[in-house]
Design a protein around this ligand. Sequence first.
Ligand code: SAM
Length: 223
Amino acid sequence: MINVNNFLVKNKNKLEEDMNSDGYFKMIFDRDAVISDLKGYVLYKSLKELVNSPGDVAEIGIYKGGSANLLAECIKDTDKTLYLFDSFDEVIPDTQFVPDDGTNGHSFHYTIEEVQKKLNRFNNITIYPGIFPSTAHNVEDKIFCLVHVDCDFYAPILACCEFFYPRMIDGGIMVFDDYEFFETPGATRAVNEFFNGKIEDIFLSSACGGFVVKGINKLNAGV
Ligand SMILES: C[S@@+](CC[C@H](N)C(=O)[O-])C[C@H]1O[C@@H](n2cnc3c(N)ncnc32)[C@H](O)[C@@H]1O
């Protein structure tokens, strides 16, 4: 079970130190990733803790496949599958909670062929192109140990919460990359709305963004 204390804001310096001395992470972290290296390190450390647990892995919001490449590296020698979702060239209709800063997500254009080419050395990956949640039915019978939600907007992030939360194993981690990021207020709103009244607390990651561990709150995590 993940020790959430290791990933919280108060431990940022320690996490950075660990990251800088982790040669394997440096080798597999892909510079095409939009996420920072510290965010990548949190994903990598979280997934390492969960490789022996049941459940597959999903990412919603792939872009060039940088963070997907990292997740794939972490599970390449396991029987887990990485399920990837992105709209690719389709226009994303929901921008109502995103400020008009010129980078509202429509600038993230990349083709499925380019991502497939990048990830073709892995044999445990499936990509579902299309606007989430219209593609979610493909994995409705799966359970998940880690889900990386990185799709910027209110509607798909809320849909990710609704779809994946009931399919997370106990102790499974949902990472919300855009949580509490000033350019993506819809993300914070969606996550707050969904977890309002649930037993879990939303933890602020030291790498920025937030995460939820199924069944875990501040009280039972000792935070
Ligand atoms: C910030 S990028 C992802 C970056 C990637 N995770 C990384 O770190 O390298 C956000 C992606 O979310 C995708 N996206 C946004 N809304 C979506 C939706 N409703 N369904 C599918 N993909 C969506 C966009 O196409 C874009 O590629």
